[in-house]
Design a protein around this ligand. Sequence first.
Ligand SMILES: [Zn+2]
Length: 243
Amino acid sequence: MFGRNKTKGKRGEPLPENYDGLPDSGRPAGLCPRCEKQSSFDYVQSLPLTFDGRYIIGHGEPNMPTYHERSTVLICRNCNQGVAVLEEQWTGEHRSIEGKGSGTISWKGFHWWPLAGASSHKAIPASISAAFNEAVLSLSANCPRAAAVMARRTLEAIAVDKGEVNGTLAQRLSNLSSKGQLHPTLADWAKEVRLIGNNGAHFDPINDVSLDDARQLVDFIRELAKFLYVLPYELKERRAPKQ
Ligand SMILES: [Zn+2]
């Protein structure tokens, strides 16, 4: 299918054990942004994106323009779905576009689809993953305030999904905690999300939201969603009678 190439890619380096980076054609292993599992990948195809104005002489065939960015499709061996990777060409230790450096030509990924870190697990309700993925998108675009606001909104969506539809977000979180649906440590973290999310939404040069703040909130929400939705789902699947 798709003429998959099962080679290890041009870089061909041995992979570190438990490599949890994102895959590219030079290192077709790591975290699948689609199924969120450690996996290895089959290379399908690459297409050029940006041309540098030079050509490889064709010797009877048409001359081929050279390029330093390309779009690559890899297929995850775990979920059997495609991942698109934007890749940049490197010469040795330098980006090829810089025109310096010598050594092996390799391709390294710099952008992934699905969005790295986004959550599309089927156990997470759509209203929650939509808000969360917007937080991840804001983070990847270096917009920490927008990411914090969307992290707060994700928390609101979680509270609503858990039956807390009235009152302020602070009250709803406190209700979830007293009902035992939110462990005290998680409830404390959730308060941080609420406070920093508020800072993101209102102009306040003293309590501004840093990229690190936003990253921590997004990481927390990802773990929270895993704890509240994904783990119970996986346990249920595991215990379901096998076909
Ligand atoms: Zn996968």
